[in-house]
Design a protein around this ligand. Sequence first.
Ligand SMILES: Cc1cc2nc3c(=O)[nH]c(=O)nc-3n(C[C@H](O)[C@H](O)[C@H](O)COP(=O)(O)OP(=O)(O)OC[C@H]3O[C@@H](n4cnc5c(N)ncnc54)[C@H](O)[C@@H]3O)c2cc1C
Length: 413
Amino acid sequence: MHHQDDPTLASPEPFDVIVLGGGPSGATAAHDLASRGYRVALLDREGRIKPCGGAIPPKLLREFNIPADVMVCKVRGARIVSPKNQVVGMPIEDGFVGMVDRADFDPWLRARAESAGARRFHGSFSHVERHPNSQGDLISLFYRSKVDQSLSVLRARYLIGADGAKSQLAQKEIERSNEGQYVFAYHEILEAPQGNAESGVKPAFYDPTRCDVFYDGSLSPDFYAWVFPHGKSLSIGTGSALKGFSQREAIEQLRKRTGLCRQALIRREGAPIPLKPLPRWDNGRDIVLAGDAAGVVAPASGEGIYYAMLGGRMAAQAVIECLEKGSPKSLAQARKRFMRLHGQVFWVLGLMQRYWYANDQRRERFVRICEDRDVQQLTWDAYMNKELVKAKPLAHARIFFKNLAHLSGLASV
Ligand SMILES: Cc1cc2nc3c(=O)[nH]c(=O)nc-3n(C[C@H](O)[C@H](O)[C@H](O)COP(=O)(O)OP(=O)(O)OC[C@H]3O[C@@H](n4cnc5c(N)ncnc54)[C@H](O)[C@@H]3O)c2cc1C
């Protein structure tokens, strides 16, 4: 190979950190690192909008300094629907669910990381190599240009893998990355109904300030289906791990049921949602994973944006400690700290998903439990603030025993 053909020699500038993937997780990690003065390369393949319902908790806006105008709308409550069409309203008394459009949210996060000093690169991850040199071990990340498939390289001391579910980097470089569990989610983005649309009357079921969630085996045999408003558009979708279940047919049914079959289709798309944190997020040497790449989405709800951003922040923090101490030992702290904060909740949500989403009889009971005001308030508090409210120990105890009674079959069906 001639020198000028060798991409390693063509790009000698080493960074402190390369962040692979510019979704919520990677863009947050890159922003945090660049804000602290580290030399960061942010690599993303760009060009594809991440399929996502776009629901975020207010805590995310506060914790990651996101201005309110980045949201497309605020949702003031949810409605959950059982297989027998039992409909339970869950108004949010003091707060909201924010909705973002990922077509704008992700580019906004990447631009913010760039303004903080991160350098952006476009291309698809190919592989990594290691080249020890006088400055210590460096990792070289090779990526391909979308335009002409040519290979380029970035070099750094550490690499954060935030390239999403079923991360290629994790598959190549991190032990036990094949132990992930996933549901596949499919959704259609439709034009939202307008009150005065020529197409006819506004569907009675649709409310642009409400999320609708359907627990119904015919719409999802093991997860749930949804209608989420996005301002001028909406997301109607479903998730399932079951091979052979036709998600497109389920959404066709749901469009009919909700009166949304005449809304124009903007796009249809799908992607896996990880439902179990991977057992290892780092290689003990120079790589740490974050967000979907690390398997971090809340079971039962499928909520991943907040956890991806937090995971990105924790990966950045761990890498900063490594750079300061000159040792990769702190890489493992990213997973430890995350699981200390959220591991128990993920575990409980996993149990709930396995139990309540197992069949229609249980789904019917689950929706009935959600009629309870205490359940509603605790659900919203837990969602919006990501911590259980300690001020209401009695309500916790009541819900705990109600749940226990249902789980053990003591409550009447
Ligand atoms: C249909 C659906 C609905 C969802 N709804 C919600 C919801 O309402 N609320 C919620 O909180 N979560 C939701 N989620 C989950 C949420 O979308 C994810 O948890 C979140 O996007 C994870 O962020 P991330 O940055 O880790 O990964 P991603 O958002 O997947 O970002 C990964 C980035 O890496 C880049 N990349 C990937 N591979 C490569 C490569 N080889 N080379 C270069 N770049 C690469 C991609 O371009 C992308 O920008 C939903 C998921 C799905 C599929």
